[in-house]
Write a protein that binds this ligand. Structure first.
Ligand SMILES: [Zn+2]
Length: 75
């Protein structure tokens, strides 16, 4: 079962793998994200509302994360 993921263009070591997320009710969350499998790299990109976000830092002051929490009612 070989899956060919695109090579990370940042570190050229890890692969970019697609991430899916779902709300607590099983409803899909409308963004797609790809992340590098190399933990030392951490490169990621997200497609949200048609906009592309590249190499965002992990959840912090991102309104994106706050929006997710508000949507799911978690946290
Ligand atoms: Zn990488």
């Amino acid at each position: 079962m070989a899956m060919n993921f695109p090579k990370c263009q940042k570190c050229d070591v890890g692969d970019l793998v697609p991430l899916s997320d779902f709300g607590s009710q099983g409803a899909s969350i409308y963004f797609k994200a790809w992340a590098c499998t190399n933990p030392n790299c951490g490169f990621n990109l997200k497609i949200r509302n048609g906009d592309l976000y590249i190499d965002e830092p992990p959840c912090g002051a991102l309104s994106f994360c706050k929006t997710l929490r508000d949507t799911t009612g978690a946290g």
